[in-house]
Design a protein. Structure first.
Length: 320
């Protein structure tokens, strides 16, 4: 009964320190990569703009190897901390819109991968991540157009809604090709099988069992579709309120609560990006040190004699 109770309250089957390591690792890696994508210039080909939204292979690989939930929380959080705040472009409470979109995409992508060595599953996971992120973003933009601006303006603007729909469709296709395939599926298909079974023991975790993969469920067994719909509705509400505050010219509104925009890059130039990268690299090094310390402590504890109760507890937690 105690093992069942622990399983219900901790469906991931991992300890708090392991959750922290996954969270910090995904935060730092995705945060650093987002700074790098900010440096990569976009290319304009006629009416199209080719750009890398983010390196999708990083959250796909991490979610395929580790617990998808904590990767899904850590990656967008790292984008907010390392990329937005560090570069002085944090929009405040309105940033939760993108946070919820990316969280849903990464979690679904991680649950799609039953076996990290299966390249088809990795390809599908990368496309699912970008699709969920961009489709939800497009729906929110359409909701902003239909709800967040003056209805009279919408009627006077000939074909505005249709133009936004076409623009979002083109952006989705370009994102799937560039972010989803080129910088998502292809690197993930090469990287994940090579890391599988090698990086998990460093964090005291067992490699993912293809026969017992993560399930696509919400907290305490809640249906995932319900959690996804609620998260999407929350993102739509945040986007609409942000658009409304911008339309009425309300500065310092609810959605800008906690905004941090000191314009470091405009003041110090692109050289400040290297300062941001240095700080992020130090954070990555700190995360590696944390993993090493926890690993050494776990090895030391593993060397001590275990009682039958502690052995059963370790087996329930899924520790190596």
């Amino acid at each position: 009964m105690s093992a069942l109770r622990r399983r219900l309250h901790d469906p991931d089957g991992i300890s708090s320190s392991q959750k922290l390591m996954i969270l910090v690792l995904s935060m730092t890696l995705f945060g650093v990569s987002d700074i790098v994508t900010g440096i990569v210039p976009s290319i304009e080909v006629g009416p199209f703009e080719l750009e890398v939204a983010y390196f999708a292979f990083i959250p796909v690989v991490l979610a395929a190897l580790f617990c998808p939930l904590w990767v899904a929380i850590g990656a967008p959080l790292g984008e907010m901390v390392f990329s937005d705040m560090l570069l002085g472009d944090f929009g405040g409470l309105g940033e939760l819109e993108g946070f919820l979109q990316l969280l849903l995409g990464i979690y679904v992508a991680g649950c799609i991968v039953r076996d990290p060595r299966n390249r088809r599953q990795l390809f599908a996971a990368a496309l699912a991540l970008v699709s969920i992120d961009k489709v939800s973003s497009g729906l929110i933009d359409l909701a902003k157009v239909g709800i967040g601006i003056d209805p009279e303006t919408l009627e006077e603007s000939n074909g505005l809604f249709q133009a936004v729909l076409v623009s979002e469709s083109i952006e989705l296709v370009m994102a799937l090709l560039i972010t989803g395939v080129l910088f998502g599926a292809l690197p993930a298909m090469w990287l994940a099988p090579r890391l599988y079974g090698k990086i998990e023991p460093l964090m005291g975790l067992r490699p993912r069992d293809p026969q017992n993969p993560p399930r696509l469920v919400g907290p305490r067994g809640t249906p995932f579709w319900l959690i996804g719909v609620l998260a999407l509705l929350g993102a739509v509400a945040i986007g609409v309120v942000s658009q409304w505050e911008e339309f009425v010219g309300r500065e310092g509104g609810l959605m800008t609560l906690g905004a941090f925009q000191p314009d470091f890059v405009d003041e110090y130039g692109t050289a400040y990006l290297w300062v941001a990268l240095t700080v992020a690299a130090l954070a990555v090094a700190g995360a590696c040190v944390l993993v090493a310390v926890l690993r050494a402590r776990r090895r030391r504890d593993a060397g001590a004699p275990l009682t039958s109760a502690s052995q059963q507890h370790a087996a329930d937690r899924g520790e190596v």
